[in-house]
Design a protein around this ligand. Structure first.
Ligand code: MG
Length: 159
């Protein structure tokens, strides 16, 4: 049994007039997230964790922000590509655990939907993908409502 662990981290800043998409779910919010793609920091952290676990570089290398193909890209589509690479190499998910630090918006009502979307792409049971959301107690850039930070850890295995 081959087991690998990977971790990923991502930050995106808020910007008025953008959509707020986290974990593949659009969250009602007065401000959205700025980025070359849809700026889904939670899914980006998860992708980097998977890439680390399978010994690949990172999403910046795979999907460069200089490439117009990825302008406003749906990060769920990118995750599907990342998981396709892992799956082709024989990996499956043991579990993925993700933390989101955000002062705003309130994401707890949407966590189950995020877990459903992500576990569907990763082709694993819902209970293998967990998401926690917390604030930063109003400290730092998160507390000033300037942006969000997501951190992900994954464990994968192959026979
Ligand atoms: Mg990102």
């Amino acid at each position: 049994m081959d087991l690998r662990i990977g971790q990923g981290i991502d930050i995106h800043r808020f910007k008025a007039g953008r959509r707020c998409i986290l974990g593949g779910v659009e969250i009602p919010s007065e401000v959205g997230l700025l980025g070359h793609s849809d700026a889904d920091a939670l899914t980006h952290a998860l992708m980097d964790a998977v890439l680390g676990a399978i010994g690949q570089r990172d999403i910046g290398t795979l999907f460069p922000d200089t490439d117009a193909t990825f302008k406003d890209a749906d990060s769920i589509v990118l995750l599907r590509k990342v998981w396709g690479i892992a799956k082709a190499a024989g990996w499956r998910i043991v579990n993925a655990d993700i933390s989101l630090l955000a002062q705003i918006p309130k994401v707890n009502p949407y966590v189950t939907k995020m877990r459903e979307r992500l576990s569907a792409v990763l082709e694993c049971e819902l209970e293998r993908v967990t998401i926690k959301a917390t604030t930063s107690e109003k400290l730092g850039f998160i507390g000033r409502e300037e942006g969000v930070l997501a951190s992900a850890v994954v464990l994968i295995q192959r026979e």
